[in-house]
Write a protein that binds this ligand. Structure first.
Ligand code: BDR
Ligand code: CA
Length: 304
């Protein structure tokens, strides 16, 4: 079992990634850490706890950054994509459980020090928590086994604007800090995640199971698919961004990578753009191709 910390800004595809990870025996989930992003950090923490309760699992949740690495104010949330509550407007009650008191970056530091060279961090929101952790304790950089990041658009256009992907534009300084730190990074960006589409018809199969949890995931995913169909007419489903990062952590053979140096633009109209090149010492493994069908089958065999 691979020990992991899953850093989320829960969000519908974050919730799907959580469920996929929770049902994958290859992974030992040490904890979830939360960040602002799709919603505020308070909402992301609430949603993470709610998803865990719906899934019937108890894994500790640690709240993290409520603003960007340089304490710049984040511009709005992604409620048009993920709903007012971040979960496709499916949340009826607040969770009963609570987050732990430890700050998410401190939890990351403690875990990595306890288990040097063992822990994989999967980050599927803005990279603020990870940037704060390595700024506070740079000695953990060589001790992290691997970081799998959902973010960026290296050879394809962004999804917030022509240049930037949502997790990168939410905190470009944090992303640049992480990419230039020496951490061993695999970047699962729009280059591959836009090829992993979940068609609406699958939701009927989930609902046919007659289980409350499956209905909960089907309802929230339907909201997400409707957003995708209005934003990308004819696309035929929603992109499984965050689940693909979990998939790559489980089985890296789902993707092909190219090792590059990746810089993140931090200023101006291209802020959040991820620029790949071969200058300096290339060391970020950028996913450039994906076996989408094989991944989708694996994801569907676990998620609900
Ligand atoms: C990323 O942005 C968020 O909206 C999703 O949860 C995903 O992490 C995709 O660009
Ligand atoms: Ca996310």
């Amino acid at each position: 079992m691979k020990p992991i910390i899953l850093d989320v800004d829960t969000g519908i595809d974050d919730a799907l990634a959580m469920s996929y990870a929770l049902n994958s025996p290859e992974l030992e989930l040490l904890g979830f850490t939360t960040c602002f992003g799709n919603v505020s950090v308070a909402e992301a923490t609430r949603n993470t706890l709610a998803v865990l309760e719906k899934a019937g699992k108890r894994i500790p949740v640690y709240a993290g950054a409520d603003q960007t690495f340089t304490r710049r104010k984040k511009k709005g949330w992604a409620k048009h994509v993920h709903g007012e509550d971040g979960l496709g407007n499916t949340l009826k009650n607040d969770p009963i459980t609570q987050a732990e008191s430890q700050f998410a970056p401190e939890f990351m530091i403690e875990q990595v020090k306890n288990r040097p060279h063992e822990i994989t961090i999967i980050a599927v929101g803005p990279l603020t928590n990870l940037a704060l952790a390595i700024k506070r304790a740079p000695e953990i950089i060589p001790l992290v086994k691997e970081v799998v990041i959902m973010g960026g658009a290296v050879k394809v256009p962004g999804n917030v604007n022509a240049y930037a992907e949502a997790n990168m534009i939410a905190d470009p300084e944090a992303a640049e800090y992480v990419f230039s730190s020496g951490l061993k990074v695999t970047l699962v960006g729009l280059d591959v995640t836009m090829q992993t589409l979940l068609p609406k018809a699958k939701l009927n199969e989930w609902r046919a199971a007659g289980k409350e949890t499956a209905d909960f995931f089907a309802d929230m995913t339907e909201f997400y698919i409707e957003y995708y169909e209005s934003f990308y007419p004819g696309i035929g489903g929603c992109a499984l961004h965050d689940p693909l990062a979990v998939g790559v952590a489980i089985d890296s053979s789902f993707v092909t990578t190219e090792t590059m140096n990746v810089k993140v633009v931090t200023e101006g109209e291209e802020a959040g753009r991820t620029v790949g090149n071969q200058e300096g010492e290339p060391r970020i493994r950028v996913c450039t191709e994906v076996e989408a069908e094989r991944f989708l089958d694996h994801f569907l065999s676990k998620v609900v």
